[in-house]
Design a protein. Sequence first.
Length: 397
Amino acid sequence: MRITIVNGFFLPVPPVSGGSTEKSWYHLARQFAARGHHVTLVSRRWKGFPHEETIHGIRHLRLPGADHQRQLWRNLVLDFLWSWRAFFALPAADIVVVNAVALPVWLGWLKPRAGRVVLMTGRMPKGQYRHYTHIARVLAASSFVRDKVIAENPALSPLTRVCGYPIDWQLMNVSAEQSAPATASTTNLSPVLTLGFVGRIHEEKGLLLLADALKLVARAPGLPPWQLLLCGPVDIARGGSGPEFRDRLLAQLAEALPSSRYTLLEPEFDASALAAIYRRITIFCYPSLAEQGETFGVAVAEAMAAGAVPVVSQLRCFTDFIRQDETGLVFDHQAADATAQLATALTRLLSDAELRHTLAAAARKTARHYDYASYAETLLADFATLTTAGQPSPSAL
């Protein structure tokens, strides 16, 4: 098959500056190419990368893009310009995967030779699906996203599949086996348990709530030694809330813990180095408050693959792979006592080694469903049905 993948306007591929969408589709493109398919990947131009090249069997087309903006309307304008730029650059293909907002509005009917249009819901639907026509498939990152898509455009219901997001389970699982969570037999080797967060250092991620919860955890008696590790981009261009928010967060953490017990690392984009960071984490806390922002939780799945126990907020996007007391712990982020609930969950895991081990094993097994190799096979099988003669035409809504 000829497969084109269109990424967004503000991050490069290979994903040297981060981005779950960019990372996921770069690795999937490599999986597709390794199986003999002809793959073209469209992404933002970036210093040090040629405008066009073929590497690892993937043809890269890099077009002028722009940095991510704080205001939504600015990003939508930039996406609109990017979508037209990509439209004119698209080669003929069988399948075109689109990770942009505006492009699907006109792509299927204005340029059918670009391929049957497959949408990946890397962002929460905000009305745009009402305008999408000539769509062959919608890949919903979670059941919650699927329901949102169908609510906006019921005609897309038969075309929508829940697929989660792919991760490098093999790499993360090797890390988990090399460094299992601390147990009674390994306590002397690894006496300090690490609570961790990997992701954008953004207010919507609930990090201030986490800082407040840690004040309560720090007062709990009888806990083993523990520390906090945060890793992710701060700057707005890469999705953070900026230096002012970082300083506010660090000040709040300083009220809960001595400086020697918490660390904020720069974002890590090398896969092996990132796996090493996940390897250090025993309990992965992702207290996101983004009701209309989170679509899946790639970092959570990666941490699970690496052997960490997830503690997450009660967002519906997590319910496909995190079940209370089975694969992790969940707290109600909207409750009046949300801080106390989060502190209780963290304290419970810190104090109960057997619970940590049981949940970590189940979490790792669940995360395996999203490994790149098996995920790519599933997508390719689906793409084949979309391009087979006699299949229904894309929806003309």
